[in-house]
Design a binder for this molecule. Structure first.
Ligand SMILES: [Fe+2]
Length: 178
């Protein structure tokens, strides 16, 4: 049986391990690889952030007979989006990079554009479906970038987002078809 002293010794030995002492932010990727991955993640982050504010806009301003359904649906979507945005930004920090963090940068980089507030509920849903298509494009690019660099962590994170988005896309499309 291992004594307490043995455990402490093992912990001390670990500090002499060359790999364990490497700067964590490098994680084995070259600066070019880190740049490729974080660029792709920042594009998702910027688009996702504008999309998030659109969901809040529509949650607040939706009107008409679909009010209760859509008011709630938009809230569910922005809550999930908020969690995903946080994961994305923190993933960029894992690589020692700075996530885009200001509204100004998001609006500049994002392909997804804001709209006004006084829209038909069906137009709001169409806007969100359009956003999903744009997000899926940038997410697919991020998965591609991550896979190319053997970055399973990023790949797995984004694939999880894609899976959910595809399901939301189906549901909102079905809503419009009623
Ligand atoms: Fe609310």
């Amino acid at each position: 049986m291992e004594s307490k002293a043995d455990v402490e010794n093992v912990a001390k030995t670990q500090m002499d391990n060359r790999l364990a002492k490497a700067k964590p932010m490098k994680l084995g990727w070259s600066p070019e690889e880190v740049e490729r991955i974080s660029h792709a993640l920042n594009e998702v982050l910027a688009n996702y952030s504008v999309h998030y504010q659109k969901l809040r806009n529509y949650h607040w301003n939706v009107k008409g007979s679909d009010f209760f359904d859509l008011h709630e649906q938009f809230e569910e979507l922005y809550t999930e989006t908020l969690t995903n945005i946080d994961e994305l930004a923190e993933r960029i920090r894992v690589f020692g990079q700075t996530p885009l963090s200001t509204l100004k940068e998001y609006l500049k980089v994002s392909t997804i554009k804001e709209t006004g507030t006084d829209l038909e509920s069906s137009t709001m849903v169409r806007e969100i479906l359009g956003d999903f298509t744009i997000l899926l494009h940038f997410m697919a690019d991020a998965v591609h970038a991550a896979a190319e660099q053997g970055d399973s962590g990023t790949e797995e994170m984004i694939k999880k987002f894609i899976n959910k988005l595809e399901k939301h896309h189906w549901m909102l499309t079905a809503f419009l078809a009623k």
